[in-house]
Design a protein around this ligand. Structure first.
Ligand code: 3HC
Length: 311
């Protein structure tokens, strides 16, 4: 049962009122937002690494500049989200420490390697496509700073998804080798992209509370179904085959039926045993340590300026 304060808070949530940083909120509401927003931010920052692997090997200057722009956007998404998390009273250093120590999660999808250029197309098409399906509802979530960050992020993600699909189209309509590369990328990225939506609703520990607080407006399985329904026709247009023998349109349901996700793989990646988990974390820790001198210099400079002003 709820206290009078919690009842008033829930009534505001139910009325669709945006909660702002200075409003009273249950400690558990604040904590789950710090958890989700910081892990969302970590996902954006770590998500730059698989793509960065192909900047020096993009097939044309145009593709290289688009990829650079996308990676820069992801860094910006991370910054918006860390800033949104900071409105809840946590520091950037605390959040980064949680990532670097392995305590905080980031999206499982970024623990897979980018083996060919087609992977860059598959990431834009499938990973950013999934991210958009997950992030559009978050534009209407109950916490003001998070919902506003999402509006800007979604605009830029639309470009990310479209350029990815453009790469896949170029390959699928190219030589047999190029089409084979596109099919190989779809084979490797299809199931991990469905895992981005989280465990099944039955196994989701946070969903019920996040739904009550209007942080999660649609369930993991609802958004996953939306991803399948939207993406299968796109794969067909490319002349590619979705790697799921159980995939079948179900006229009654008005949705695609699809096969079971390999939840053992999912939990393995979350435990840190994915193909690239150790490399991704090592890369982030090294980047942070290599930048320490620069942060120290900024602080020293700011201190000098403050002393000069005070003098
Ligand atoms: N990868 C890593 N961890 C995952 C996960 C995944 N794909 N799916 C679920 N989890 C974790 C959850 O974080 C939770 O662990 P925690 O309590 O320690 O945080 C646990 O598994 C149980 O999952 P739940 O469904 O109960 O947890 P949530 O209610 O938090 O739902 C979520 C999980 C749907 C990912 C939700 O947190 C969410 O919507 N987060 C914001 C969106 C986000 O993080 N997207 C990342 C996509 S990548 C991206 O955006 C970059 C883009 O530019 C490509």
């Amino acid at each position: 049962d709820m206290s009078a304060e919690e009842q008033a808070f829930q009534a505001r949530i139910d009325a669709g009122v945006k909660i702002e940083p200075k409003d009273w909120m249950p400690e558990a509401y604040r904590k789950t937002l710090v958890r989700q927003i910081s892990q969302h931010a970590h996902s954006e920052i770590v998500g730059q690494l698989p793509e960065g692997n192909w900047v020096t090997r993009a097939p044309t200057l145009k593709r290289k500049s688009i990829l650079l722009a996308k990676i820069q956007d992801e860094a910006g998404h991370g910054l918006y989200l860390y800033s949104a998390a900071e409105t809840l009273g946590v520091s950037r250093d605390e959040l980064l420490d949680a990532l670097h120590s392995g305590k905080a999660k980031y999206s499982s999808i970024f623990n897979y390697p980018t083996l060919t250029w087609a992977d860059i197309g598959a990431i834009g098409w499938l990973v950013d496509g999934a991210a958009i399906i997950n992030q559009v509802p978050l534009c209407r979530c109950s916490y003001g700073p998070y919902s506003r960050a999402m509006i800007r992020v979604c605009k830029e993600e639309a470009f990310h998804a479209r350029q990815g699909y453009d790469i896949m189209m170029k390959l699928a309509q190219g030589s047999p080798e190029q089409k084979a590369m596109a099919q190989d990328a779809l084979n490797r990225w299809w199931w991990p992209s469905l895992m981005m939506f989280g465990p099944s609703d039955a196994n989701s520990v946070n969903s019920a509370q996040s739904a009550q607080w209007r942080i999660k407006l649609f369930s993991n399985d609802e958004l996953r179904q939306r991803m399948v329904d939207q993406t299968v026709p796109q794969a067909e247009f490319l002349g590619l085959t979705v790697p799921d023998p159980d995939l079948k349109w179900n006229e009654e349901r008005g949705h695609y039926d699809f096969g079971e996700i390999d939840w053992e793989e999912f939990h393995n990646v979350l435990k840190g045993n994915g193909p690239c988990n150790r490399e991704r974390l090592r890369t982030r820790v090294k980047a942070y340590e290599d930048g320490q001198w620069f942060r120290d210099a900024l602080v020293a400079h700011a201190d000098k300026q403050a002393a000069r002003k005070a003098a």
